[in-house]
Structure formats: C-alpha cells, structure tokens
Design a binder for this molecule. Structure first.
Ligand SMILES: O=C(O)c1ccccc1N[C@@H]1O[C@H](COP(=O)(O)O)[C@@H](O)[C@H]1O
Length: 222
C-alpha cells in the first residue's frame, strides 16, 4: 500500500531491528520507533535467545510493537519465541511458505529477497502466494542469504502499488531515508546496520537522526 494524494496525511512507520541491549530498546521507544525487531535467525551477529528477548520485550513502552525475525528456523523454535516473547508480529526471511508462517497464530510479514537479478515471485503475485501475510518487507539480500548487510537495492524494481502494506529495508540510513520515502512511499522503513556502531550495538545519534529524517520526509510537501 503506497501513499497517494496528500502526503501530510501519511506517517511512515519506523522499525528498528536487531537490538540486543536494554538501553537501546528504551532509547528507541523514547525516539518514537513504532516497532523493535529481535533477531532469532541462526548465524546472525544479532541473534538472541528467547530469554534475552523476553527481558527486552518487557521493557517496551506501550504502543510499540515487538517483532520476532526468523530465517528458516524450525517450527518448535518459533513456537518457543512466541511463547516467551509474545511478539505482536513475526518476520520471516527464509523459504517459509504461507502455511508455515501463519501456523503460529501471530500476524506476519514476509521478507522478499531483492538481491537477485530475477525474483522468485513477481511482487504483484506475492499476495496470492502469501494470502495470510499482513504485509511484505523488501530487503536487499539474495535468496537464501542473510539480511542485515547494510546494502541497498534498486528501489525502481518495487511495484508502483501493492494491495498490502510494504516495508522498505536494506541499507537504509539517516542519509538516504528521506529520498527513499519520497521515491517509494512505503508503509514503513526498517533499519538495522544503518543505526549501528557495530553489529547489534545501536548508536543513539544515528537512531535519533534516522527518526528526524523520517519525520522530515513525512512533512515534506514539495
Ligand atoms: O539483522 C540480521 O542479522 C538479519 C539476519 C537474517 C535476516 C535478516 C536480518 N536483518 C534484517 O535485514 C534487513 C536490512 O538490514 P540492514 O538495515 O540492511 O542492516 C532488516 O529487516 C533487518 O532486520
């Protein structure tokens, strides 16, 4: 779903992903993040145990979503995260199908790998392939590859309009998020490495600048 018409009526949602420290979670909430992502993908430098994520989830301010991110994790791991962390949204980056993603009884976002020359499924066909998805997240990684790389992809490859909300991810930073929002008009933007000083270690100044640039884009009427 892209914004059309008067941009002043539109507010781009902000998701900060890959947080590993309680202080970063508290600051993200104060800065106005709409959602915080906890990574359970194996091999990620940001990977958490359910118990660690649970402690941070409890610290979330009201009206801030907890998102649990997976990449081809076994179902019992996803279930254990859902039990302990109580995320309000799941985010799947692997080859999970709709039946798997919806089987946990929690709304989900399906990540779409945009790092290959050709897409496995054209963007316009995604809603039919993932009918239960709450929305889609377009990321720069290749199929089977990991996200959180800080690389962008060619935003011109995104569909002009989609029936479901979509989130833009992949290499978004305070320096390009203004242009990204004006170019793509996503439902939300998702950032991990662009607000870090090291993998999993968020930088307060980068987080603040990022939110300021999103707000500037949302107010831009030129
Ligand atoms: O953050 C990770 O380590 C990760 C691992 C596996 C799949 C996705 C991952 N992160 C997600 O990738 C995008 C883009 O991140 P970045 O801003 O380019 O660093 C974002 O959705 C992260 O949550």
């Amino acid at each position: 779903m892209s914004a059309s018409g008067n941009r002043l009526l539109f507010r781009t949602r902000v998701k900060f992903c890959g947080l590993t420290r309680l202080g970063d979670v508290r600051l993200a909430c104060e800065l106005g993040a709409d959602a915080i992502g906890f990574v359970f993908a194996h091999g990620s430098p940001r990977q958490l145990e359910p118990e660690e994520a649970r402690a941070m989830r409890i610290a979330l301010a009201p009206l801030v979503d907890a998102v649990a991110l997976f990449m081809d994790n076994p179902a019992d791991e996803v279930r254990e995260v859902v039990r302990q962390v109580r995320p309000s949204l799941l985010q799947f980056h692997g080859s999970e199908d709709d039946a798997f993603c919806r089987s946990f009884g929690v709304p989900y976002l399906k990540a779409v790998a945009m790092g290959d020359e050709t897409q496995a499924t054209p963007a316009t066909a995604l809603p039919a392939q993932f009918p239960a998805a709450a929305g889609f997240l377009f990321d720069s990684h290749r199929r089977g590859g990991s996200g959180g790389s800080g690389h962008t992809f060619d935003w011109a490859r995104l569909p002009a309009a989609m029936d479901k909300p979509f989130v833009l991810a992949g290499g978004i930073t305070a320096d390009n998020v203004f242009d990204a929002i004006l170019a793509v008009q996503p439902w939300g933007v998702d950032v991990s490495s662009g607000i870090e000083s090291a993998p999993g270690i968020k930088d307060g100044d980068k987080m603040r600048r990022f939110v300021e640039e999103v707000r500037r884009a949302d107010c831009y009427s030129g």
